[in-house]
Write a protein that binds this ligand. Structure first.
Ligand code: SAM
Ligand code: SF4
Length: 327
C-alpha cells in the first residue's frame, strides 16, 4: 500500500534524524546554551530503526536522508548506513551534515553505501562562521568538504542559509566558490524553526533577493520540471552547473511534498511544521506487531495538512527546533 495522504501526495522520501545533538549552534536552528536534549534511552536503536524503516520501505519509501542534529555525531552512523544499504528494497541513502567529522568518516561512509551528501556551509569567512555557528569549526568543515570530494561523493550539494547583515553579502562569493569546486549550491530561505522562536519574516532573505544578487554576476535560467525537489533550480550560463533556491516561505512547494520524518526518539512527523506527531517508540518497545505500527504511520499521514501555513494568522511554530526534528 502506498503512503498517500488526503490530498493524494504519495510519500517516498524519509528524513531520519539520528540525533538532536550537534557540535555547532547555528543561530537559525539552536540556542547558544541550555538545550533540553532527548534522553539517550529514548533514541531508537539500530534494530528499532531497521524495523520501522523496513515497514516504511515496504510501503514505498525509496529515499532515506540521514540528518539531525548532526548525524555524524551518532556513534554508529557507519553501521546505520550499512544496515540501510542492506534493506531488501534498496532505498537510496543520502545525508545532510555540517561536514565537521567527514575528515575521518567520509571514506567509511562511502564504503558503507552512502550515495549522496548535502553539506551545510553558510559562509567562507572563519569569523562569520564563528558568529553564525557560535562555535569554532570552520577549518574542520573545510577539511571535511575536501575529504568528501576525495572519497568520491559526486555531486556534492552545499546548503546555505543567508541572514540579513550577517552573510547575505556572500551570496555571489559562495556561488563563485561552488562553481570553482563543482558543487551544486542551494540557498534555503530561513524558516521559523529556531529554538529561540525569534524568526522574523521581514529579516529573512527571500528567493527574489537571492536571485537578484546572483544575477548581478551570473546569467541564470530556470531549469524547469523540479518534480518533488524543494529547490527551484537555475542553469548557470557558461557552466554545466545549476544553483538552487529553496523558497519554503515565499514560494512553498507543499503541493508536491513527498517527505515524511522520523525523529531520533521515534516520532513520525508528516511535516516540518506539524504541531503533532505519532509515537512509534513506545508501541515498538511494548511489542506492537507490523500492522499495528503501520496503522499508526498511515493515520499520521492521513492527517497531513495541505500546507505549512507560515504567514497565515493561525500559524504556530512547532515546539521542536529544527535540530530535534531533522531538516
Ligand atoms: N547538522 C546538519 C547540517 O547542518 O547539515 C543536518 C541537520 S540541519 C537541521 C539540516 C539543514 O537544515 C541545514 O542545511 C541547515 O542549514 C538547515 N536549517 C536549519 N535550521 C533552518 C531554518 N530555521 N531555516 C532554514 N534552514 C534551516
Ligand atoms: Fe547543527 Fe545543522 Fe542545526 Fe547548524 S543547522 S546547529 S550544524 S543541526
Amino acid at each position: 500500500m502506498s503512503l498517500v495522504d488526503g490530498f493524494g501526495r504519495v510519500h517516498k522520501d524519509l528524513r531520519v534524524s539520528l540525533t538532536d545533538k550537534c557540535n555547532l549552534r547555528c543561530t537559525y536552528c539552536m540556542p547558544e546554551e541550555g538545550v533540553d536534549w532527548i534522553s539517550k534511552a529514548k533514541h531508537l536503536t539500530i534494530d528499532e530503526l531497521r524495523r520501522v524503516i523496513t515497514l516504511l520501505c515496504e510501503d514505498g519509501i525509496n529515499e532515506i536522508r540521514l540528518t539531525g542534529g548532526e548525524p555524524l555525531l551518532h556513534p554508529e552512523v557507519v553501521e546505520i548506513v550499512k544496515m540501510l544499504n542492506e534493506l531488501p528494497t534498496k532505498p537510496e541513502i543520502s545525508m545532510t551534515t555540517n561536514a565537521t567529522r567527514l575528515d575521518t568518516l567520509a571514506d567509511e561512509l562511502k564504503t558503507a553505501g552512502l550515495k549522496r551528501l548535502n553539506i551545510s556551509l553558510d559562509t567562507l569567512n572563519p569569523i562569520t562562521f564563528k558568529e553564525l555557528t557560535r562555535r569554532d569549526g570552520f577549518e574542520e568543515t573545510m577539511i571535511g568538504i575536501k575529504a568528501a570530494q576525495k572519497a568520491g561523493f559526486e555531486p556534492i550539494k552545499i546548503n546555505s542559509v543567508l541572514m540579513r547583515g550577517i552573510n547575505d553579502h556572500e551570496a555571489v562569493g559562495l556561488l563563485d566558490w561552488a562553481i570553482e569546486n563543482q558543487f551544486e549550491l542551494r540557498f534555503i530561505e530561513q524558516m521559523p524553526l529556531d529554538a529561540q522562536h525569534a524568526w522574523d519574516k521581514n529579516l529573512m532573505i527571500t528567493q527574489e533577493e537571492i536571485f537578484n544578487m546572483l544575477s548581478q554576476k551570473y546569467e541564470l535560467t530556470a531549469a524547469g520540471n523540479r518534480g518533488s525537489d524543494p529547490a527551484e533550480l537555475f542553469n548557470i550560463a557558461g557552466t554545466k552547473l545549476k544553483v538552487g533556491i529553496i523558497a519554503s516561505v515565499t514560494a512553498p512547494f507543499c503541493q508536491s511534498c513527498d517527505r515524511l520524518r522520523l525523529t531520533s526518539d521515534g516520532q513520525i512527523r508528516n511535516c516540518l511544521f506539524s504541531l503533532s506527531e505519532s509515537d512509534l517508540r513506545i508501541p515498538l518497545r511494548n511489542g506492537a506487531n507490523d500492522s499495528e505500527l503501520k496503522k499508526i504511520i498511515f493515520e499520521n499521514i492521513a492527517q497531513k495538512k495541505r500546507g505549512h501555513g507560515i504567514g497565515e494568522p493561525d500559524f504556530v511554530q512547532p515546539v521542536r527546533p529544527m535540530s530535534a526534528i531533522g531538516g
